[in-house]
Design a protein around this ligand. Structure first.
Ligand SMILES: Cc1cc2nc3c(=O)[nH]c(=O)nc-3n(C[C@H](O)[C@H](O)[C@H](O)COP(=O)(O)O)c2cc1C
Length: 294
């Protein structure tokens, strides 16, 4: 830490747990993605630190803009040295360096059909999530012993009487930081295997976490109508459905059987979903740590 002209300089590490914002202007080059930190320090100044996460070659300078449009902080990077300048405040406590903890994500597969295509889409998304260092679990209704819903877990008078695997699955959901739903479109709607799986679990286990929707179909519309039904369903579970939607038309042409994307559009849109979801995962994780509404 050092002090320059009454401003404090933080070395970026502990800011890793923050969440991303786009800078509004950058000298000379494309905008960088920044991270807003949630450092341990409680002073007002520290709560508005930004950190460059996508540096490019050469010297850089990026400005961040506060809620009322004022220049609030700026970042420079030269000769491989990165510093983050914050706005004026008097606190001089050093922000400790810490690793960003791994986030836990669950991918829900929506199909149990023989010869299903959903695994193509899910395989790609799981790979992208793992590249981002998320810990990923797949909830596959074909491999998990879901029966047609007899009673949701939270309707059971004695939940300890529920099968252990179901209670474990519920605990895994409650411990997750975010979700992806991979759904086909069946008769203009959601597939029964997906709805049946989700409805076993209490909304309390999902709430305050983000979910990304990936939809697909054999046809040109990519299962968009299923996605439209998924949003209110997931919202009812207490999830925050992120704006990005990954729509996969003609799924057997968009993906190889082993889940390799077959065109750039699919690659870009999948990456967009994963990037946005990761942002929400970090943002809502920080928000939950600060407290949740009753
Ligand atoms: C019962 C059923 C209903 C379907 N309804 C639609 C539909 O409404 N719209 C559509 O675009 N595709 C529809 N399809 C085609 C699916 O998009 C396609 O079969 C897709 O691969 C299904 O996902 P899955 O292979 O993972 O089961 C339907 C398929 C099935 C099995």
């Amino acid at each position: 830490m050092a002090v320059v002209q009454g401003h404090r300089i933080h070395w970026g590490a502990s800011l890793e747990s923050g969440f991303g914002v786009e800078v509004s202007s950058v000298s000379g080059q494309r905008p960088y993605r920044l991270q807003m930190g949630w450092p341990k320090c409680m002073c007002p100044g520290c709560c508005r630190i930004y950190h460059v996460t996508e540096p490019s070659e050469g010297e850089r300078e990026a400005y961040t803009v506060g809620p009322s449009g004022q220049r609030e902080a700026y970042t420079t990077e030269a000769s491989g040295q990165q510093v983050v300048y914050t706005t004026d405040h008097n606190d001089q406590r050093e922000v400790p360096k810490e690793e960003k903890p791994m986030s836990r994500l669950i991918v829900f597969l929506g199909s149990t059909r023989d010869g299903r295509n959903g695994t193509r889409v899910a395989t790609h998304l799981v790979n992208l999530l793992k590249e981002r260092k998320h810990a990923v679990t797949v909830f596959d209704p074909l491999k998990m012993p879901f029966e047609l819903l007899r009673q949701p877990l939270h309707f059971m008078p004695d939940q300890s009487a529920a099968p252990q695997w179901l209670r474990d699955a519920n605990a895994e959901i409650a411990a997750a930081d975010g979700f992806v739903v991979v759904t086909p479109e069946y008769n203009c709607s959601l597939p029964p295997a997906l709805v049946n799986m989700l409805d076993h679990f209490p909304p309390a286990s999902f709430q305050h976490r983000p979910v990304g929707i990936a939809c697909y179909s054999l046809g040109p519309f990519g299962g968009m109508r299923a996605a439209a039904f998924a949003r209110p369903h997931l919202s009812e579970l207490g999830l925050v459905s992120i704006p990005a939607q990954f729509t996969v038309p003609t799924v057997t042409q968009s993906y190889s059987a082993d889940g390799q994307p077959q065109n750039e559009r699919i690659e870009n849109n999948a990456a967009r979903l994963v990037t946005e979801l990761s942002w929400y995962v970090d943002a809502l994780k920080a928000a939950r740590a600060a407290g949740v509404p009753n």
